[in-house]
Design a protein around this ligand. Sequence first.
Ligand SMILES: [Cu+2]
Length: 493
Amino acid sequence: MKRWTGAVFVVAAWAVVTAHVGSPDVTFDGAAGPYGIRTIVRPPSVVPGLAEVIVRAASDDVDSVSIQPVFWRTGAAGSPSPDKMTRVAGQPRVYTGQLWLMARGSYSVYVHVDGRKGAGTAIVPVDSFATGRLGLSLPLGAILVVLGGLLFAGLVTIVRASSGESLVPPGEAFDPALRKRSNAITAISIPILALAVFGGARWWNSVDADYQRTMFHPPVAAATITGDSAHRTMRLVLRDTAEFRSIFVPVAPDHGKMMHLFLVGGQNMDVFAHLHPVERDSLVFVGEVPWLPAGPYRLFADVMLDNGLTLTATDTVGLPQMLGAVVPSDSDDSWASTSAVALGATGASAPLGGGYSLTMSNSSETIGARTPVDLSFTVRDPTGSVVPLRPYLGMAAHAVVIRDDQSVFVHLHPMGTVSTTAQQVFRARDAGDTTLHGRLKPGSLDARPMTGMPMSGQFTLPYEFPKPGRYRLWVQVKPAQEVLTGVFDVTVR
Ligand SMILES: [Cu+2]
């Protein structure tokens, strides 16, 4: 009995561990053929589980939307047929639906849109991992303990009655010998029944332990620093912390880089860097760390795997003083140290340096947790006019969102949280661009140079904050030669 209640309260004490550092929901803003769509996928916290999908069409010429879950290994051809989404009453452009994610690993939701302009498909990559354990509330646990106690007492009463009083024919007296025998049988039955309950608790705990082995924990990046008069070199070794291998295929380049490393430190997170170490060996990354003052830093290392899975490895690192002039090892590396933090409200403006400024104009005044929000920005030059942007790593803007306790980290773009390279991985797989062991053929990813047409100085970052709290937002743009960073603090209710 005691063991059984113990098991109940183990359940109540479950903690929730999350993938992608605390921000599992996926937002995507882009095109499905000729149609513009905004998609939100809320993956389940257990696998297999139901993912919730919301699609908002940008125009009225959409007739129907269907969604299909595609596992990286099987591709679209080996996946279940698409499910039609339901149009939300009173919201002619909004569709909702649910999908089963059956396996662990890299998935995509294929959004098929049909309408007056023909058909189109968008690929929305989703990481499918068990990230949570559902807790048992204390009141429910208490009720179950009381009911379990009643059942146990009932069982004992049944044993006693069936071995004693129920054997006495009607009208006859209860023989004291029979009563004695019945009491003895009851006394023997109690430990046997308790043993059964104990076995149940053991079974419960072993099922729980099995489940925990399938749970995802973000990989760790162990950092070591070496230096001389011209170097401050960081060496990062990635390692799984989950009890299964989540990194079982090689790392692939994303935005043309093998890793996007973000360092955050200083008092009150006022120092920020975005670096690109190179891969020296599988899961070993090396790069210079220029600029940053010495001190403790938290690091978030984004990598994408060959199967389209995106992972964020984390660690803390103490940066020693630079011994000389250190040159960045990648020309796209950037950093910012700001005490000028704008409060993220409509009209708030953050200085970018060089006279440029970044103005925020949110779609809504108060930002709620688990509610889609458009973080809208405008880049202005010293004269106050909107400037076109040069692509930085192929995008108009990159943003990093970190909660003040660093429990949430996410890397955002105008197209949302998804990686364009992960979309390409799925497209390449559907085209059959894989080798015998499921690896992508070399060159099957579109290796476009990371330059291109100027982009609008007005852009939107679609996101959904996972929980209330204070968040810091670093937004990186390239209006001229240099990458500039604007910093905002956002309170989410
Ligand atoms: Cu980025």
